[in-house]
Design a protein around this ligand. Structure first.
Ligand SMILES: [Zn+2]
Length: 337
């Protein structure tokens, strides 16, 4: 737990936000500008079979909120709590389906969290929609009402702002962009289908592309960093090799950027965004990823020389965007829809 200043007071904070990620549950308290006043994290519980880990996930969220409240001190229990969950969150906050958090599939998160977090009001929304709200109000999407946000993490999340309104769809499931199928004979996805965009353009995709290159003998430096076994090569190894000037490792990021751009070009054909914000854990490698993504996007988007330029920018709030957005959504009383 870290306090954001020497005199952190609950009165400075307007809400607490929690982002349930594929590997960690991140909680923050923010002030009205989105500035983080306190922060806590827990590993995401994953071991239960489908639908049987809802209580464990709720307990992890409650533990993170408790730590954030302790850092804030008196009165923190009155702050509203927003929770961003990965996957198909319906309009009542029920997590209908979560390919990357199968244990919590079907969880009625508001019903599980309200008793644990009483007396606070609890709002549950899709994690990427929370990130979109944060980036639009205080981040890289300010002053842009036609915005596409894509989070590249364990999987891929998406959020769409069109004409200044967040697109929720008929049931609340809009912008599940990670499960657009882009290769019918591609690798299997945890969602049960094949060749989803997030198999290629996520943290998991980087690992897969790196292992393919390593097994073909193209990544000796990354293999050395992984202890000599090509099958042990992970995203962090190819990232480290690329940063130290290894051209073969940089070529893996060119490939990753092509896959990111392929999905962004498809989404552009549907949505015509004026700006694209990339968030999620992979944005930590933005120095390696952004240039090849922008280059490939120009090649792949329809009518690229005959349309206004679309900026592709990193999330200003980095990997905190989802948690900060969840806190701001809670403070606002819900997503504006
Ligand atoms: Zn899928």
């Amino acid at each position: 737990v870290t306090g954001g200043g020497s005199t952190v007071r609950a009165s400075d904070a307007v809400g607490i936000g929690v982002d349930i990620g594929g590997t960690k549950v991140l909680g923050v308290a923010v002030d009205s500008t989105g500035s983080v006043k306190a922060e806590a994290r827990e590993p995401t519980p994953q071991i239960a079979p489908m639908g049987e880990g809802a209580e464990d996930v709720a307990d992890a969220v409650a533990a993170v909120v408790t730590d954030v409240r302790l850092a804030l001190g008196a009165d923190a229990e009155r702050l509203p709590v927003g929770v961003g969950a990965p996957g198909m969150v319906d309009r009542h906050g029920v997590l209908r389906y979560a390919p990357n958090l199968q244990a919590a599939t079907g969880a009625d998160l508001p019903a599980l969290l309200e008793p644990r977090l009483a007396p606070a009001r609890v709002i549950v929304e899709n994690d990427a929609n929370c990130a979109l709200y944060a980036e639009h109000t205080v981040g890289a999407g300010r002053h842009c009402d036609d915005l596409l946000l894509v989070t590249l993490g364990t999987g891929i999340g998406g959020g769409v702002l069109s004409g200044g309104r967040i697109v929720l769809g008929g049931f609340g499931f809009a912008a599940e962009v990670g499960h657009m199928m882009i290769n019918p004979s591609g690798p299997p996805c945890p969602c049960g289908h094949r060749g989803c965009w997030e198999r290629y353009a996520s943290g998991a995709g980087l690992g897969m592309l790196a292992r393919e290159a390593a097994e073909a003998g193209r990544l000796p430096n990354a293999v050395a960093l992984a202890g000599g076994d090509p099958e042990a090569v992970r995203g962090e190894h190819v990232t480290q090799a690329a940063r130290s000037g290894d051209e073969a490792a940089a070529a893996v990021f060119d490939e990753l950027g092509w896959w990111v751009a392929a999905g962004l070009a498809n989404l552009t054909a549907v949505l015509d965004p004026a700006r694209i914000v990339l968030g999620g854990g992979l944005v930590g490698a933005q120095d390696l990823l952004l240039v090849p993504t922008r280059r490939a996007y120009q090649e792949l988007v329809e009518g690229s020389t005959r349309r206004p330029h679309v900026d592709i920018v990193p999330a200003a709030l980095g990997e905190h965007a989802g948690a900060v957005g969840a806190a701001l959504v809670a403070a606002a009383g819900g997503l504006p829809a």
